[in-house]
Ligand binder design. Structure first.
Ligand SMILES: NC(=O)c1ccc[n+]([C@@H]2O[C@H](COP(=O)([O-])OP(=O)(O)OC[C@H]3O[C@@H](n4cnc5c(N)ncnc54)[C@H](O)[C@@H]3O)[C@@H](O)[C@H]2O)c1
Length: 249
């Protein structure tokens, strides 16, 4: 088990699913965690779980698509726990599932604002905070759909491919300055995000994964905490799939 004692982590979209699993695992391994989510009640519940297990955490309500709120989340981590060492830019939504020629402009903009710009706003404020502190590690949540396309999810696929490119660029800029930056690319993971899909689509998803099932949030969290840990000291600018061989075909 890696040890994050003395480190402060900011996790966005930490009120549910993959973000929650990462927040819990980081806290279990000693980090002080800022549990950030647009849904304050959900963030409060995760903080309570961490505190019940004698971990250190604080909730912060922030919409990642608003740069001022992301700046405030980073400031909060630094004032509440002294510095920022680790960040998981993870908040995301699926958006409407319709062909590109029918996708509303509003839905396109909403998905791009949260899933792509939200990750940039995170990096924009986390990087200066980490540089002040001598370095750190960042993981951005992309997706298998940041590596390959799929029908009916144009905004999501474009945003996640954007996250891949943004991650590689930031890694090139900051790897020699003490900040490692990687992206994680989950296959379909059984979280509330998939509630937006109809039952038939949901059931058909298993067949797309050669491993024969969907993933669990904790299986992604194990890879993310590895990437945030010193065990991954030579890993930066990488795209880590956690996808039951979805993209191996
Ligand atoms: N579940 C999957 O199959 C899957 C696969 C690949 C990638 N991902 C990605 O993983 C990330 C987490 O997804 P999940 O499956 O855990 O979903 P989830 O719906 O369980 O959790 C997402 C969390 O993000 C929060 N959130 C939504 N919009 C926000 C915003 N604007 N600002 C701050 N917080 C916001 C929600 O309140 C929620 O708590 C997303 O980026 C998603 O695209 C999920």
């Amino acid at each position: 088990m890696s040890n994050f004692s003395g480190k402060t982590a900011l996790v966005t979209g930490a009120g549910s699913g993959i973000g929650e699993a990462v927040a819990l695992r980081l806290a279990e391994q000693g980090a002080a965690v800022v549990v950030s989510d647009i849904n304050k009640d959900a963030a409060d519940k995760v903080v309570q779980k961490i505190k019940n297990s004698d971990g250190k955490a604080a909730a912060f309500a922030a919409d990642t698509s608003d740069p001022k709120q992301m700046e405030a989340a980073v400031d909060f981590a630094c004032t509440e726990f002294g510095a920022l060492d680790l960040a998981f830019n993870n908040a995301g939504i699926l958006g409407a599932t319709v062909p590109t020629g029918e996708l509303s402009i509003e839905d396109w903009q909403r998905v791009i604002n949260i899933n792509l710009s939200g990750v940039f706003y995170g990096l924009r404020y986390e990087i200066p905070a980490m540089l002040k502190n001598g370095g750190g590690a960042i993981v951005n949540t992309a997706s298998i759909l940041g590596l390959v396309g799929t029908p009916d999810l144009a905004g999501y696929v474009a945003a996640k491919h954007g996250v891949s490119g943004l991650t590689k660029t930031a890694a090139l800029e900051y790897s020699d300055k003490g900040i490692r930056i990687n992206s994680v690319h989950p296959g379909y993971i059984d979280t509330p995000l998939l509630n937006e899909l109809d039952r038939e689509t949901y059931n058909a998803l298993k067949a797309l994964h050669p491993i024969g099932r969907l993933g669990q949030a904790e299986e992604v969290a194990k890879v993310v905490t590895f990437l945030l840990s010193d065990d991954a000291s030579f890993v930066t600018g990488s795209q880590y799939t956690v996808d039951g061989a979805y993209t191996a075909r």
